[in-house]
Design a protein around this ligand. Sequence first.
Ligand code: ARG
Length: 575
Amino acid sequence: MINFKRKIAECLAASVEGLLLEELEAMIEVPTDTKLGDYAFPCFRLAKAMRKAPAAIAKDIAEKLQENEIFSKVEPVNAYVNMFLSREAFLSEVVTAVLQEGSRFGGSDIGQNRKVIVEFSSPNIAKPFHIGHIRSTVIGNAIYKLYDFIGYDTVRINHLGDYGTQFGKMIVAYRRWGNKEDVVNTPIKSLLAYYVKFHEEAENDPSLEDEARATFTKLEKGEPEETALWQWFREESLKEFSRVYQMLGIEFDSYAGESFYSDKMQHVIDIMNDKKLMVESDGAQIVDLSEYNLSPALIMKKDGSTLYITRDIAAAVYRKDHYDFYRNIYVVASQQNLHFQQWIKIVELMGFPWAKDCIHVPFGLVSLEDGVMSTREGRVVFLEDVLNKAVEQTRAIIMEKNVNTDNVDVTAKQVGIGAVIFNELSNSKIKDYVFSWDKVLNFDGETGPYVQYTHARAASVLRNAGITEENAEASLGDPKKLALEYISSDSAYDLTRLLYAFPGIIIDAAERYEPSIVTRHIVDIAQCFNRFYHNEHILVEDENEKKAKLALTYAAKQTIKNGLLLLGMEAPERM
Ligand code: ARG
């Protein structure tokens, strides 16, 4: 697709002295009020070099640009040159690009195949996978898809919380009060119950704590019985997590969790010792970070056992060796900001310049309408239950509204789960938010169902005209030959401008780790398409007019679809 800013800069270069093409391009503005043109060029900076008043310069430039056919109108207004693109040239460019690029529209190769790791989800085994985890899971998946779409070589890692002293407790508790059948039937619920019971009993019987420590030591040494039990807990928990991932359509390339690094800790401890980073404090090894205004990091306990942070340091070093990443992204709640600041600083002090390529992407808290969640008080909402409930409620709405579908179950799933995902990605990720069913499932607000419905509406218009993804190229013909004068109305043009912006939106969202930029943009496209749909009659008698309008409809549908898929949603053809 033509880069219009670049193209205009080239036109300007002919009449402006002393500025580089890139400088000119950077000076071009996009007015918020389209009445002032599609682009505007301020002339203040040129006055000195050209020894003329800015308004006079603007007048000269406008006169020269006027001759270029990409513009329909160029007018000087005070010190500005306001430029209006020729709508037909613009439409032709955009519609052709979307039709030709199809599912690739919006993608690029700016990543040049460089390796980007996106670590996300990372729940703790034997603990509930609750609504709080949905954020990392859904935001992380969208960030992965964005990087993949712009040409990076991506790796998705689930850094499972599958290690630590709590597994000593869990093994002890299972041996005393557990039974196999319960673990197989309801792994997480049962393991969690044992864990809670352990804490209750340990209040009266402190020897349990010693037993748990000794058991964890056995696990660390790789004793077969303890290892087998831990392995089994891990597998059963993973089965439960996988069900949720399957519902969300999410996959990982690696499940290398905390336990994976248990034999890679010595290596990083050695480096820290070499660099004299650690000091002893009460028998434990810590890194003093006061110089950097950070609290001290505990790296190794008195008994030699390592911690969460030690495993993160080992993981980063391993990932650099193994993947040689360009960027290593962690999608983890903002509650862990300090943790990430600490360990990334330590990696830097260990002498690794790539510490700067480890990026913590934080996000805010989810709360329930009646307050914050608390595992201990039993106020948790399981993610699986939320997804099932979303599907159920959607099914009810489909029945009530007489939604057009071949398969209620499939559509209810696509829309219900899509609604939860879209809701997650609607607000800037750092904001805390309150989970509300009414907001999630609203078909009319700026919601997932609304965007999906708009996509289905466009699909239905195309279907009525006999156009499908398979035959579109043949039925619409050469997009360069479309009778574009029929789609130069304001509503059609506004829509086209949004489609044109889509590839830049994708890059922006990836670079800012902010999928909500895409979410907002496809809501805008959906709204604009609906305006076009209401203002204009698409399926008219005149073949040329109809074809041009259908081509724009197709382009809008394709762009919405690409956006939905990037967010990790589906784009139903009917609803
Ligand atoms: N398992 C942790 C939790 O649920 C999240 C892990 C985040 N990733 C990391 N590399 N520390 O809180």
